[in-house]
Design a protein around this ligand. Sequence first.
Ligand code: ADP
Ligand code: MG
Length: 451
Amino acid sequence: MTNAKPVGCEEFFSYLETLFSVSENDMRAMIRDFHVEMKKGLRGDDGSLKMIPSFIDRPKGDEKGQFLALDLGGTNFRVLAVILDGKGRAVVPAAGKFAIPPEHMRGTGVALFDFIAGCIDRFLIENRIDRSRTHDLAFTFSFPVEQTAIAAGKLMVWTKGFTATGVKGRDVIVLLHDALKRKGIHCINITALANDAVGTLAAGSYRDPACDLGVILGTGTNACYREAVSRIEKLKTVNGTDHMIVNMEWGNFHKVRHTPYDNVLDKGSVNPGAMFLEKMVSGMYLGEITRLVLIDLMEKGLLFPGDRAVRASFREKDSFKTADMSLFEGDGTDDLGKIGAFLEGRGIFHAAFGDRFRLKHLCRIVSRRAARLGGAAICAVLTWGDPELQRTHTVAIDGSLFEKYPGFKGRMKRAFTELYREKAEKITLVHSKDGSGKGAAIIAAVAAGRK
Ligand code: ADP
Ligand code: MG
């Protein structure tokens, strides 16, 4: 094992540190810019935040009922049975998880919705669900949707690598309904459409009234919060409620400093020029940003010098995943043996300790920026409604990145402390497991006015 460092490595890493840094001042500027964009979105002016009204307020906690819920997030498709007990508890007696085949993400919409209907069919069979009676179903569809009613909404634009044809501009509830019919499933009544962020807030506030922000940190990133209807200037008519949940679609926030690596990633994506915050923060992209830096380091001779096999093993787009970064950062062994074993699995034997160390360092640089940008975005939304942080706030967060990435939550909290000192303690981050799925059922219950 050699620790010899090629010349220039330290300088290059300090350049990367600066390039990917998010200072306290950067965060304060980002919060101000967020408020400007939020205001534009609420007014209906052009901007990077769509600020989509959901037409529904958060639950009171006494909603009751039995529902099926679908969760189409980006990586997996899930079907859940959910029972709301009317006392703030949502129980999931049955759940099924299906990986979405890439050919369905990028094929035709009909094939994608047929795949969904097929999963539902399997779920009904495997859980022996009675088809002789009707089941209310809530659909969590986590892409930007122009919602027109509680169970109607058109896809505005695909994100997270999806391109399935014939869906954009169409009502996704109609597409689901048609696919169920084609599959011969007649026992389902679709009662609500939500997205994962709205669902996560609904699930969080069902059990905790201090929860006023729902955040997704998974394949993509997004958030929604509870807004006073009087501040949603673009709403012409208001139907009785004084507050409603607003889906921000914050992944599209664009006033963020891009590095050359971000630009390469953006150009090679299926949606260039859009979703900049998402591309710097969420699980679908962090591994790829890291890979792009890694290739650069290798080309400069600063990593695995002289090893051609290594280069080949990282050559392919998306060949390094955010889950791999998790593994690297979670390697607490003295010799970074887990990273070594990973590299061996890629045909890279005898990687120098220095190289393993630098790989881990690189993951930290990329993920720390993500956590701090995500943290600043959370602060922006909280201070929009409570500028001096006078109240306590629970933030419900769903998604594998938040759940599984070592240190992600801690880094976000450190950002809060830098910004607000002791007041940062008023912000509690909770992982809302299955939040998006349960939340859809809760929204269906709110919509139905069930007690
Ligand atoms: P979705 O966002 O599609 O609903 P998840 O919340 O499960 O689904 O997020 C899946 C994404 O989380 C994956 O695309 C991947 O980027 C990321 N991910 C999965 N496992 C890990 C892990 N161990 N550490 C960090 N990120 C992960
Ligand atoms: Mg999800």
